[in-house]
Design a protein around this ligand. Structure first.
Ligand SMILES: Nc1nc2c(ncn2[C@@H]2O[C@H](COP(=O)(O)OP(=O)(O)OP(=O)(O)O)[C@@H](O)[C@H]2O)c(=O)[nH]1
Ligand SMILES: [Mg+2]
Length: 470
C-alpha cells in the first residue's frame, strides 16, 4: 500500500472512530453494555450448575457446540474475565468446575448464600467495519445466584400474618399436605390464638414444622414457606408458624389481642422474618436486574404426579404475580422493577430422549401461558426454552445411557412427555416414573478449559445476550 493510501485510510479510521464515539455518547444509556442477569428458580432446579456452564461456555466459546450463538460461531469473543461484585460473595465458578472435573465427577454444591460474579467480555463487533477498523468492545454481565428455597418467601411479602395463616390453612387441608403429618396438623389446629405463648413450646412446635416442610419437599411439593426453614444454615430463624383456627376470630378481635398471646407473638415473629431476612435479600438481589432466567425442573414435577405438578404451577404463578409490578406498591417500595425479559427454562432435559425435547418445550410454553397473565406479558418479554447445563446422557434414539449418581451405568427409558398441560391419560402414562439423578460425565480436562457438553446453552446465550453483540 502507498503512503497516500495509508494516510487516507488512517484519516478515515480516525474520523470514523470520532463519529462512533460521538454516536455512543449521544445514544447514552440505550447503548447499554452492562446487563444484570438474575438466575432464579426453586431449590435444585439447577441454577448454580447453569451459571457454571454459562460462564464456561462464554470463557471457552471456541469449542464446537455453540453454533446457535452467533458471536461464538463468528469468533467475536476475544476474552472473558470475571471479578467479584462489591457487596456480594464471589460466585464459586472455580469450585463448580473443580467438582465437575473431579474423579468421579460431582455436581456443584447446593447454595447457602447469595453470590455473584461480574464478567467482562471483550468482543469485536460483527460488522465489516469492525474488521477493517480493528474495533474491540466491552460487554459487562453481572450474574447472581442464591439458595432456591428463598424464592418461595417472595409472595409472603404482600400477606399479613393473618392472611398467610388463612392461606396455609387452605393448602394444608388438601392432599398430599394433609396426609403428611396429621398429628402435627391436628396439634396446630388445636392451638388457641388467644392463649399465652410459651417459648419452649413454640420452639419445639417450630422444629416439628421444619421437619414437616422438609418431608413435604421430599414428597415433591414446592410451595413451602418459610423457605429458609428448609435449610440447615440458620439456627436463629424467627419462628414462622401458621395458626390454623383464625377464621373463628374477626380481624378486629385479633388486632386487639394482648401482646402476650400466641397470635401476637407469632405475628411478631412473622414480621421479623420478613423485615430482617426476606426484604433485605430481595432488595439486594433484585435491584437493577434487567433480565431474568427462571429455571423450572419440569421433569421432576411431572414425575411426582398431578398434585405436585399443580403445586409447582401455583408456586411459580405466585412468583409471577409479584412481577405485576405496575400497581404493586409494596414491591415498588422494596426495589425498582426493571426486568424487561424473562426466559423460562426447563432444566436438565438430558434426562429425556432427544425426540421428546420439543414436547417438553411446548409443555413449558403451555405452563407459562397458564401462569403468566397478559398484564405481565405485555410489559415483560417472555421466552421459553429448554437447556441442559451439563449433558449427562447419550441418546440412542429410543433409550438413553448414563451413569447414575451411585456409579452404575445403564439404559434409561421414560414415558412420553405431554406437549400440553397433562390430562388424565398423560398422568396414567407418567405414573410410577422416577427419573434417576445422573452423574455428570467424566471430564478431567474441564479445569484446563476443556469442552463442557450441554444441550441448547447456545440458544440460551442467544436469547439472553445475543442482541448486545451487534
Ligand atoms: N442431568 C442433569 N442434572 C443436572 C443438571 N444441572 C443440575 N443437575 C442436577 O440438579 C441438582 C441441583 O443442581 P444445582 O445447580 O445445585 O441447583 P440449584 O438450583 O442451584 O439448587 P440450590 O442451590 O439448592 O438452590 C444437581 O445436583 C444435579 O443432580 C444438568 O444439566 N443435567
Ligand atoms: Mg445453587
Amino acid at each position: 500500500m502507498t503512503k497516500t493510501a495509508d494516510s487516507v485510510r488512517n484519516q478515515f479510521k480516525s474520523q470514523w472512530q470520532k463519529w462512533q464515539h460521538r454516536g455512543e455518547n449521544l445514544l447514552g444509556r440505550s447503548f447499554d453494555r452492562h446487563l444484570k442477569i438474575g438466575v432464579t428458580g426453586f431449590s435444585g432446579s439447577g441454577k448454580s450448575t447453569f451459571l457454571t456452564s454459562l460462564i464456561h461456555q462464554l470463557k471457552y466459546s471456541h469449542h464446537p457446540g455453540l453454533g446457535g450463538f452467533l458471536p461464538a460461531r463468528d469468533k467475536q469473543l476475544l476474552s472473558v474475565d470475571s471479578t467479584a461484585i462489591p457487596g456480594f460473595a464471589l460466585f464459586d465458578y472455580a469450585g463448580g468446575i473443580a467438582a465437575l472435573s473431579d474423579t468421579p465427577p460431582r455436581w456443584p454444591n447446593p447454595t447457602s448464600e447469595v453470590s455473584a460474579t461480574r464478567l467482562h467480555i471483550t468482543f469485536k463487533k460483527g460488522s465489516v467495519w469492525s474488521g477493517l477498523l480493528g474495533d474491540a468492545r466491552q460487554l459487562t454481565l453481572d450474574l447472581r445466584d442464591y439458595p432456591g428455597e428463598w424464592l418461595m418467601d417472595m409472595p409472603m411479602l404482600k400477606l399479613s400474618y393473618r392472611d398467610w395463616c388463612l392461606d396455609q390453612q387452605q393448602l394444608l387441608s388438601r392432599a398430599p399436605r394433609a396426609d403428611l403429618d396429621p398429628t402435627l396438623l391436628a396439634d396446630l389446629h388445636k392451638l388457641d390464638p388467644m392463649q399465652t405463648a410459651d417459648t419452649d413450646f413454640l420452639t419445639s412446635l417450630f422444629q416439628r414444622w421444619q421437619t414437616y416442610l422438609r418431608q413435604a419437599k421430599q414428597a415433591g411439593l414446592t410451595l413451602l414457606q418459610p423457605g429458609r426453614a428448609l435449610l440447615d444454615t440458620d439456627d436463629n430463624l424467627p419462628m414462622v408458624l401458621p395458626l390454623l383456627s383464625l377464621h373463628d376470630y374477626s380481624p378486629e378481635q385479633l388486632e386487639k389481642a394482648n401482646e402476650t398471646t400466641l397470635y401476637q407473638q407469632l405475628r411478631q415473629q412473622y414480621h421479623q422474618y420478613l423485615d430482617n431476612l426476606v426484604k433485605p435479600f430481595y432488595r439486594q438481589f433484585f435491584t437493577g436486574i434487567d433480565r431474568q432466567v427462571m429455571l423450572i425442573d419440569v421433569v421432576k414435577a411431572l414425575s411426582h404426579g398431578e398434585e405436585c405438578f399443580n403445586d409447582m404451577m401455583m408456586a411459580y404463578s405466585r412468583i409471577i404475580d409479584c412481577y405485576q409490578m405496575g400497581n404493586q406498591i409494596w414491591l415498588k417500595q422494596l426495589f425498582t422493577p426493571t426486568v424487561n425479559k424473562i426466559l423460562f427454562l426447563a432444566s436438565k432435559p438430558d434426562r429425556l430422549l432427544m425426540h421428546q425435547h420439543e414436547a417438553l418445550r411446548q409443555l413449558v410454553d403451555a405452563m407459562i401461558k397458564r401462569i403468566c397473565p397478559q398484564s405481565v406479558r405485555h410489559r415483560i418479554r417472555i421466552e421459553t426454552e429448554i437447556a441442559a447445563a451439563v449433558r449427562s446422557s447419550i441418546d440412542h434414539q429410543d433409550y438413553l445411557t448414563a451413569t447414575l449418581q451411585d456409579g452404575r451405568f445403564g439404559e434409561l427409558r421414560h414415558p412420553p412427555i405431554p406437549d400440553e398441560l397433562p390430562q388424565l391419560s398423560h398422568w396414567q402414562q407418567l405414573a410410577g416414573w422416577t427419573p434417576p439423578v445422573l452423574r455428570p460425565p467424566v471430564n478431567p480436562q474441564l479445569a484446563q478449559g476443556g469442552r463442557l457438553a450441554h444441550i441448547r446453552m447456545d440458544k440460551v446465550l442467544r436469547d439472553l445476550i445475543g442482541d448486545k453483540f451487534s
